[in-house]
Structures are given as structure tokens and as C-alpha cells.
Design a protein around this ligand. Structure first.
Ligand code: ADP
Ligand code: 5GP
Length: 199
């Protein structure tokens, strides 16, 4: 008889801004019902379509500093050098300690920190269509919500560094056709789950 491991899995999804991390995750989540998303904290402003406590916990800089001081965050970073983002310990530990799986949609620095703390974490990098990287990222960032020219420039600059880190991940998935990318994510996780099932 086989039994699943007691601790839940940690899935980390990274990739440049606008590549479609959230959209791929949302599309794939229908076939990955054991996973819940870790809601992370940020000091950046809420976008019009975003919902507090669903997309992020939007906090002030003072509150973020307090969370760092009180050791409430597993990791935190400034992916684009301005706003802070961090993963609350509770959002990950409450799930995995109860045998539930969790997904963290975070930047490269955060992914590596999670890998250091939880070596069994599965790291997936979402890439833009090959050969059209900048063009596609720019279009998707602008298509999502209004963005200032300076912010767009910062995000595209960060993207080229992030894309150079793809080899640090267990899997890379190209997000050209959304449904194909989501299916590939589901297949990767099913394979990993089967591999980790203890006999
Ligand atoms: P990220 O989480 O990586 O910053 P989002 O998931 O917010 O990116 O997606 C950015 C924009 O790109 C959204 O408007 C989304 O609808 C769009 N998008 C995502 N995937 C695709 C795709 N495969 N084809 C076309 N548009 C996409
Ligand atoms: P955005 O402002 O586009 O929502 O996110 C900017 C970047 O921050 C994205 O790469 C996103 O995945 C990342 N991010 C979101 N939450 C966290 C977090 O808690 N920690 C880290 N390290 N990155 C995060």
C-alpha cells in the first residue's frame, strides 16, 4: 500500500513581471485542487482589479518593517528595487504542516530562499514566448492595467536578469498558449506527486 508524505508540497512559481504567472496558476488550479495559494504581503499600491487578502495583503512600510522585526516572514525581497514583498510564515506553514499543498508566486530571490529552507520545494519558472520576450512582456504588462513608463522600464530591466536565472529552476514552462502552459504545469505536478509517493 502506498501513502502520501505527511508534509504538504511547496510549489514555487516565478518569472518576469507580466509573463502570466498568476493567470497560468489560476488556470491550472482547477486540476490541482490540493494546492492553496500563499497570500503574500506587499507595500506596493493595489491595482484596480486586485482584492485585499486575495491577491495580496497590502500593507504600509511601517507594518512591513514590523513583520520583519517580529520574524513573521519566511523571506522578503524588493524584486524591482522599490516596493517590498514577503511571504508570511503562517501562509505556508499552516498548510504544509497539515499535509496540504501550497503555491508561492514569488520572485527569483524568494524562490532561492524557499529552496534553501525547504529543499523539497518544486521550482517552476514561467517564460515568455521565445524570440519575442520583450515585445510580449511589454504588451502583457500594459494590457493588465495602467503602468507608468518608468515602472514599465524597471520591470523590463528586471526581466532580463530574471530570465538569466532560469537554469536554477526544476522546470521551465513557456507561456505562449495559456491552456497549454497550464496543462504542462498540471502534468509537472502530477509527475512530482507520483514520484514522491512513499511505498
Ligand atoms: P504576472 O503574474 O506574471 O505578473 P499576469 O498573470 O498578471 O502576469 O498576466 C499579465 C497579463 O497577461 C494579464 O492581462 C493576462 O491576462 C495576460 N496573459 C497571461 N497569459 C497570457 C497568454 N498566454 N496569452 C495572452 N495573454 C496572457
Ligand atoms: P507584482 O507587483 O507584479 O504583483 O509583483 C512583482 C514581483 O514580486 C513578482 O515577481 C511577484 O511574483 C513577486 N512577489 C510577490 N510576492 C512576493 C513575496 O512574498 N516574496 C518575493 N520574494 N516576491 C514576491
Amino acid at each position: 500500500m502506498s501513502k502520501p508524505s505527511a508534509l504538504g508540497l511547496i510549489l514555487v512559481i516565478s518569472g518576469p513581471s507580466g509573463v502570466g504567472k498568476d493567470t497560468v496558476w489560476q488556470t491550472a488550479s482547477a486540476c490541482l485542487p490540493s494546492f492553496g495559494r500563499a497570500i503574500t504581503c506587499t507595500t506596493r499600491e493595489r491595482r484596480p482589479h486586485e482584492v485585499e487578502g486575495v491577491d495580496y495583503y497590502f500593507v504600509s512600510s511601517d507594518e512591513f518593517e514590523r513583520m520583519i522585526r517580529d520574524d513573521e516572514l519566511i523571506e522578503y525581497a524588493q524584486p524591482h528595487g522599490n516596493h517590498f514583498y514577503g511571504v508570511p510564515q503562517k501562509s505556508v506553514l499552516d498548510r504544509i504542516n497539515n499535509g496540504l499543498d501550497v503555491v508561492c508566486v514569488i520572485d527569483v530571490q524568494g524562490a532561492l530562499r524557499i529552496r534553501g529552507l525547504f529543499p523539497a520545494a518544486i521550482l517552476v519558472f514561467i517564460t515568455p514566448p521565445q524570440g519575442r520576450e520583450n515585445e510580449v512582456l511589454e504588451k502583457r504588462i500594459q494590457g493588465r492595467s495602467a503602468v507608468e513608463a518608468s515602472e514599465l522600464e524597471t520591470r523590463l530591466k528586471t526581466a532580463s536578469w530574471e530570465l538569466s536565472q532560469v537554469q536554477l529552476y526544476d522546470y521551465q514552462i513557456e507561456n505562449d498558449d495559456l491552456q497549454r502552459a497550464a496543462n504542462e504545469l498540471c502534468e509537472v505536478i502530477e509527475r512530482e506527486k507520483a514520484r514522491r509517493t512513499v511505498v
